[in-house]
Design a protein around this ligand. Structure first.
Ligand code: BDR
Ligand code: CA
Length: 316
């Protein structure tokens, strides 16, 4: 059994990640924290509560940062950013409104208290949104980094970006936070970048398989995935879409879901005119900087889909 805490910015792919984390028989979701990202904090928090309520999961939800670490807001306003972007997310997920209140402990406090407790040394931190909460917690408690043995995160791209030509969304929203996390002493950082998530896209037949399962999570995920496929579909392509954040969770259950790795020094660009938020990977064999990340390059879609199906069979 793997215990995890999930820090996320719930849009559709985070929602699928939460369902898998809460339902998979080999995982125990201890807490969820929310952050500004896909949509505003108020929406990511409400969306997270909706997802957990739908399956009756009693997992505390802690609200976190409503804006990036040092920037007043996004580098580009959301409406301009969203034009033509297949990752466009609606404010509220199409699920019944939440019935459970948000936990009174703020996200950063929860992260510090959880990981400073020696009884929780085994807990994996998973981050599927901008890294603002994680960076704030590391800054507030300098001993924290050494207490987090493993951070698995969705972010970055070795080759090409999605929000700009060079940057992936999560790192671009809060590049300073991402940079702080990569320069910290966290035991192990496992990165699921766009290279890996786009190598294991799901298709309409997966939606049909979820529909046949018919559980609340499966049905909701089928809807979210159909929407994602519609947004991603380009004429001439096989309709498919990546489900970025859920790959982090699948990896906790089946490490062999990742079929190609690189181990390199990684930093995040915080000043570039055209490269803000870019994940800078130093692949030079003679690089002297510390190897601080394991980067996933390729994933097995068959294993990915197996993990999702196993989780969605559970009714919670
Ligand atoms: C990442 O950004 C968000 O749109 C998704 O939820 C995912 O975490 C992909 O770039
Ligand atoms: Ca996300």
């Amino acid at each position: 059994m793997t215990r995890l805490v999930l820090d996320c910015d719930t849009g559709t792919d985070d929602a699928i990640a939460i369902f898998v984390a809460a339902l998979h028989p080999e995982l125990e979701l201890m807490a969820v924290s929310t952050v500004n990202g896909n949509v505003a904090l108020e929406n990511t928090t409400e969306n997270t509560l909706r997802v957990l309520d739908l399956i009756g999961a009693k997992v505390p939800v802690h609200a976190g940062a409503s804006r990036p670490l040092v920037r007043p807001d996004f580098p580009i306003p959301r409406d301009i950013l969203n034009a033509g972007n297949p990752e466009f997310q609606v404010a509220y997920l199409d699920l019944p409104p939440s019935r459970t209140p948000v936990h009174e402990t703020p996200a950063v406090r929860m992260l510090i208290d959880t990981f400073m407790d020696p009884a929780n040394a085994d807990i994996v931190l998973v981050a599927t949104g901008p890294l603002t909460n994680v960076a704030l917690a590391l800054a507030a408690e300098p001993r924290l980094a050494r207490k987090i043995s493993r951070l698995v995160l969705m972010g970055g791209a070795h080759l090409g970006g999605n929000v700009t030509a060079t940057a992936e969304f999560n790192f671009w929203v809060d590049p300073e936070a991402a940079r702080a996390v990569f320069s910290s002493d966290i035991g192990e950082i496992v990165v699921m970048p766009l290279d890996a998530t786009h190598s294991a896209p799901l298709i309409l037949a997966d939606c049909d398989a979820f529909d046949r399962l018919g559980t609340p999570a499966a049905t909701a995920c089928s809807r979210f995935l159909r929407h994602r496929i519609e947004q991603y579909h380009q004429e001439g392509d096989t309709p498919s879409a990546p489900v970025h954040d859920a790959l982090c969770i699948a990896y906790l259950v089946r490490e062999d879901v990742i079929t190609a790795w690189g181990h390199y020094p990684v930093s995040i660009e915080t000043a570039g005119e055209q490269t803000l938020g870019q994940m800078v990977v130093d692949t030079r064999p003679w690089a002297t900087a510390r190897v601080n990340a394991a980067i996933a390059y390729k994933a097995s879609v068959d294993i990915f889909r197996d993990v999702l199906m196993t989780a969605f069979k559970a009714t919670g």
